[in-house]
Design a protein around this ligand. Structure first.
Ligand code: PHE
Ligand code: CO
Length: 318
């Protein structure tokens, strides 16, 4: 299995979740944080949020933020979409220390009505969807350790805040995320979370966008990872295929390697418009169809780049 440097990995296809999954339950995570005295005097609210414990960040936490911020912001120039950079600068996101969510929210709320709320870690699907549906983005409050700069299995504050929050300034993307939350509640009731999760994976986490200047990154899972920020655009190995909702909903994905296929949108309007229709009939239609492997190219695909598959083991394919 090839090494991966992606900063966050999301649910195995087997696990019907639509947000990052990690080893261990929320209860473990919470107990760990309470035992370490990190959340003393606080209660977990019914919606699984807590007050961001700003005073608990150590100098090491701030140093890790600073290091990751510097590394990613210089590397991303010419690689990330303009909308992300516009969001980053509109937010005036701190470079030197872990940002205060309350301060980010002043700008974010004014721009699109979104806010960032602090959570101890992954929250149950329905809770996650409920937050998104109400324009609240649940962000892990804690920072990864210095020895985890390149890879950790669960979303930390850098992935969630640097990776996800800047695009929430963009009105169209902001609407897409709210619609996703509402769609999540519906998909849960229809038993279709596996299909919906693939859409989140291949857009919000690992999406690419075609611009006049060339391909650019908008997926948070790519752009909080130094290695995948380069690989996703420059490597000849993966497929790059035009965005297609039905195709994506049938496509399995890897959580433990760089992606084998990236789906490319032409604009956030395309993404929002294509996901506007009621998915209920689509879920019914797709349920009976075979799924596609993470690295497959299928008839009808709008192939921008057919991957060379270099470095992939056969046993690698799912
Ligand atoms: N249109 C989708 C539905 O009916 C909702 C949705 C929108 C889902 C955007 C995902 C992203 O379920
Ligand atoms: Co994420």
């Amino acid at each position: 299995m090839e090494a991966t440097a992606t900063a966050v990995r999301q649910p195995a296809d087997a696990a019907p979740a639509s947000q990052p999954a990690f080893a261990g339950t929320l209860t473990d995570k919470l107990r760990e944080q309470f035992d370490a005295g990190l959340l003393s005097g606080q209660a977990l609210r019914d919606d699984f949020t807590i007050e961001q414990p700003l005073e608990r960040y150590t100098e090491t936490d701030h140093a890790v933020w600073r290091q990751l911020y510097e590394r990613q912001s210089s590397m991303l120039r010419g690689r990330v979409c303009d909308e992300f950079l516009a969001g980053l600068s509109a937010l005036g996101m701190e470079r030197d220390r872990v940002p205060s969510f309350a301060r980010l929210n002043e700008t974010l709320m004014r721009a699109t009505g979104w806010q960032v709320v602090a959570v101890p870690g992954l929250v149950p699907d329905e809770v996650f969807f409920e937050h998104l549906a109400n324009r609240r983005f649940p962000a892990s409050w804690w920072m990864r350790k210095p020895e985890q700069l390149d890879y950790l299995q669960e979303p930390d504050c850098f992935h969630d805040v640097f990776g996800h929050v800047p695009l929430l300034i963009n009105p169209v993307f902001a609407s897409y995320m709210e619609a996703y939350g509402k769609g999540g509640l519906k998909a849960a009731s229809l038993g279709a979370l596996d299909m919906l999760a693939r859409l989140y994976w291949y857009t919000v986490e690992f999406g690419l966008i075609r611009t006049p200047a060339g391909l650019r990154i908008y997926g948070a899972g790519i752009l909080s990872s130094q290695g995948e920020s380069i690989y996703s655009l420059d490597s000849a190995s993966p497929n790059r295929i035009g965005f297609d909702v039905r195709r994506i909903m049938r496509t399995r994905y890897r959580i433990d390697t760089f992606q084998k296929t990236y789906f490319v949108i032409d604009s956030f309007e395309q993404l929002f418009d294509a996901t506007r229709p009621d998915f209920a009939p689509l879920y019914t239609a797709l349920r009976g169809q075979p799924t596609l492997g993470a690295g497959d190219v299928a008839p009808g695909d709008l192939v921008l780049d057919r991957g060379s598959r270099e470095g992939w083991a056969d046993s690698d394919d799912i």
